[in-house]
Every structure is written in structure tokens, then in C-alpha cells.
Ligand binder design. Sequence first.
Ligand SMILES: NC(=O)c1ccc[n+]([C@@H]2O[C@H](COP(=O)([O-])OP(=O)(O)OC[C@H]3O[C@@H](n4cnc5c(N)ncnc54)[C@H](O)[C@@H]3O)[C@@H](O)[C@H]2O)c1
Ligand SMILES: [Zn+2]
Length: 570
Amino acid sequence: MNTDMLDDLSAITLIGFSYTGKTTFGQDIAKYLGWKFVDIDQEIEAGAEKSIHEIFAEQNGESRFRILENQTLKNVYVDTQIVVATGGGAILDPENRETMAEHGAVICLESNTETIVKRLKSAPDDPSQPIRPLLAHPDPHKTINELKSARQKLYSIADWTVHTDNLSQDEILEAILYGAQIASRRIKMGTLLEQQHELKIRKDPDNQNLAYTVITDTATYPIYVGSNLISSLGSKMRAQGVTGQKASLVLDAALIPLYESQARDSLNEAGYETDVFHLASGEESKNLNSVSSIYDWMVNRRVERTDPVVALGGGVVGDTAGYAAATYLRGVPLIQVPTSTLAMADASIGGKTAVDHAQGKNLIGAFYQPSLVLADISTLRTLSSRALREGFAEVIKTALILDADLFEFIEENASALLNLEEEPLVHVFSRCASLKGWIVSQDEKENGVRAVLNYGHTIGHALEAITNYTSILHGEAVSIGMVVAGELSRRHDLLPSKDLDRQNKLLQGFDLPTKLPEFDMNAMLEAMTLDKKSRGGSVRWVLLQHIGEALTDQSVDLEEVQQVIRNLKE
Ligand SMILES: NC(=O)c1ccc[n+]([C@@H]2O[C@H](COP(=O)([O-])OP(=O)(O)OC[C@H]3O[C@@H](n4cnc5c(N)ncnc54)[C@H](O)[C@@H]3O)[C@@H](O)[C@H]2O)c1
Ligand SMILES: [Zn+2]
């Protein structure tokens, strides 16, 4: 199991009833991770130089024990990378519960009463175990049951519960580690959200158009958002240290009369010898044949390692030229010049490049960060109204998961945005680019927080797949997907109804679909579980907690999904 994710975690605390294996498995986990193991009961005994049994036997013994337990627990978390096994009653104290929850992952080990009685009977006669007297009780099952159910609610503070009864030792260890990973992701997300409130857009005072600088393990690059930027494309590339001689401009064929000469002039002026490859418009061009033709063209031009590929167009050009740039000579500089709302808000940022395979979308690709992203919002004037609105689904998504203020701004400026008024457009796309750039900077390869960007995409991808990527555009599918995910969030007592209404109303305001078209439910569910974002057959959802904050890795019953979908059919 890959435990890298746990590096950011300070502690794993095991809670649960007595005889559920907290000490045994705690030791095993600590050994496996190379972490320190602490057993709170043993610490208390060492500190008091008495056995727990002796402490209990003193006057007010139990309350004295609880005080010692409380202090010991607080002290252990001074260390990091520790596995802590707690006593069965530690969760009774609200302060203890808070201390545990504040320090890393809390995992509950659960066993049924039968197992507990069996272990209790076969355990060596240890008088320090306060529940041992239960055995003397005429009906230990009943007493243990009662105690367990009284504590059940308290055990629910755990990030994850492992039912140990029918698992092997290895399976239990694996389940604990899995739970710790999920907790680690949640904690990381929480910290990021805190940072985000102070998110400082890395701005260059001399350059008003710089929206954000993405910094990942593999690259550092600026994202510019503004009007009439194509004229400064070449000079910005030079300023960014793109030294090559030849620029390979890959252009959506529909944009030839609109932007080719402007881009070519700008590149030539900056001293790049420029040639243009025309990629036929549409998703049908996003395949290996096109990539192969681009390679041929580049080989013929004798393009070298430092010579840039410039992708000018929507997501189709960005993904296709991006993949060619990522692989030609093992990678040449890539410049993204997105011209659609979808590409500006999403596709051009973050380094996902890919082409489609007959068996599925985006199956062949690479993570490859660009050297520069230049979003010229003036180009949106020539975009069709449907494509324009489609991209706003991703913009609204970004606001929903990360930024309540941006959401409100879009609500207040919806018609100005649709009328392509410059100021609100620049504000919204700059902010959106900075949010996506910021998430990518934290998690380039989507091992954790980047998953939050998939809000609305579980149903979205499935809808696209069952309609063969023809009748419904990506953003439209995501819009419907957000309506479903929003409703699920509401049912899970996360998203308040009024926030759900605001979400759906804003989507409608951009004329995005909020009802499901006619389709085959089974095909939809199958597509959903086949999507690469599902893991081991179970689909993990991104749900909204409220506008501006999302939770990843939420599990939702397939039954419930079906119900929600049925209610949303047209
Ligand atoms: N890499 C990523 O992270 C990522 C993220 C989201 C989507 N995508 C991909 O992006 C693609 C969709 O992107 P898209 O919606 O931009 O599609 P697209 O590139 O097909 O562009 C949509 C349509 O608008 C036209 N067009 C684009 N810009 C124009 C302009 N300024 N003026 C006039 N016409 C213009 C195009 O010719 C096309 O017909 C999909 O293949 C999707 O998989 C990638
Ligand atoms: Zn998307």
C-alpha cells in the first residue's frame, strides 16, 4: 500500500471498545510505518507507578484515572508520527474527543459483542482491565451490548471505522491505513481551505494581467488573463524564457480567419520563425492520428528541444497539441492560448494533456505543464453562444467548491458576463484561473485535493459517455451532474436547501441544463462505475458542504443516486 499520503499526518489514534485490538493493531501499524507507538493506559501506569487496577481501587479512583487519562492524552501529541491506542472509555470525555480529533486521524476498531466476550474469556487474567468484572456478570453479553450502544454515538467521531470481526490481521491493518489516508486527505483539504481565505493572488504590480503563478514540482508558470493579449504573445514567451527559434502554432481551423495572422505576427515580431498547423475543429480531431500528423509536421520542420508549441483554440487544440508537445523529443515548451470559456477556466491550466481512443475519452495522455497560459478574453466575442455558456458551468463549479465571493459576484453580474463586458469577465476568469492554479500547485497529479475539481463530474462523465459525446457538451453534462451532486449533498445534510436553490438558479441563468435527458438508467450506472474516477467499483463523490466549500471522497449509495436521477428526468 502506498503510504505517502500519510506523511502529512501527525498521528493515528485508535479508539473503540475494550478487546477490539487497539493495542495489538496499534503496535503493528506503528511498526509498519516506522512510527512511535503509545498506549495511553500503559503511559498512565508508568507515570503513576501503579497499575490501572490499583488506581481504580483507590478512593475516587475512577475520576482520578480519567484526569490522568486526559492529561496523558494531551501530552502524547507533542510528538508527531505516532500511533496512539486509547482505553475503551477515553472517548467519554468531550475534551479528549476534541484533542484526538485535532491531532490527525481517528480510527475506530469495532467488534461485535460475541467476539469481545470470546476475546475477554481467552485473555490472560489481567486485573487492570476495568471491564473484566463484566465476565462475572450473569449476562455479560447484555451488559456489554448496553455499554457499547451507549458509547456508539461517541465512537462516531472517528474518521473511519474498521469492523474487525471477519477480517484477517493483514486486512485489518490495510483497512486502518486506508482510513488514515482518507482522514489525511480531509485534513489537508481543511488546511487548504483555511489558507485559501488568505489566498494571495501572486500578482506582479507591473503586470495587471498576471492572474496567478502556478508552482508545481515540475514547473513554474504564469497565467495571464486580459483583453487583446494575443498581440503580446511572442514577447510574453520571450519574457518567460522560451528561447527557441521556431514556433509551431497549432490552430483550430475555424479560427484561421479570426486569429491566425494576429498570433503569427506577434510570434514573428518576437523572433520566432513561425509555421501553422490547422487542426480540424471538434472532438473528432482529438486523437492519435492528429498527434501523428503534428509529429510529421514538426519532424519536417526540424523542430528542436527548445522550440515551443503554441496551442491556440479551445480544449480540443489544447489537449491535442499539448500531448504532442509533451511527447515530441520527450517534451518541448508548450504555450496554452485558450480561446473558449471552457479552456480558459479549466482545460488550459494544470497540465492534463490527452487524446481520445476508440474505447474511451482522454485514454492516452500525460501530465505536462505549459510554460505559459495566455487567456485573451477578447477572443470570446467570436465564440458561439452555446460554447460560451458551456464553459460557465466550469466557472460556476469552481466558485461552488472554493469561493463563495466569486459565486456571489457571478450571480450579481450574470448578464454582464453573458454580454461579454470586459471588466467582470477579466475578474471572473482571473479568479477562476488563480483558484485552479492554486489547487494544481498543491496537488499536480491528482492524488488528493485536486479531486475537488471533479464536483459534478461523476454524473457528467457518465452522461457524456452514454450519449457518445455527441448530443451533450462537457459543460452541459457537468451542469446536470452538479444538480445531482447538489441534491445528494442536501440529502446528506451537508448543503442547505437555499444554497442548492442558488446553485440551480445560477446554472439556469446561464441557460445550462438542469434536467436529465431521456436515457437508459442501467447504462448510466454502468458508465458511472466504469469512470476512471471510481475506485474498486465504489464511486466516491465530491459533495458540497455549502457554497464555496466541498468535501471529497464521500460515499453515496447507488440506490440513492438512482432515486435522485429518477426525480430529475425530464
Ligand atoms: N486538459 C484538461 O484539463 C481539460 C479540462 C476540461 C476539458 N478538457 C477537454 O476540452 C475539450 C473541450 O473544450 P472546448 O469546449 O473548448 O472545445 P473545442 O476546443 O472543441 O471548442 C469548442 C468549439 O468552439 C470553437 N471555438 C473555440 N474558440 C473559439 C473562438 N474564440 N471563436 C470562435 N470559435 C471558437 C471550436 O472551433 C469548437 O467548435 C474536450 O475535449 C475536453 O475533454 C480538457
Ligand atoms: Zn470538466
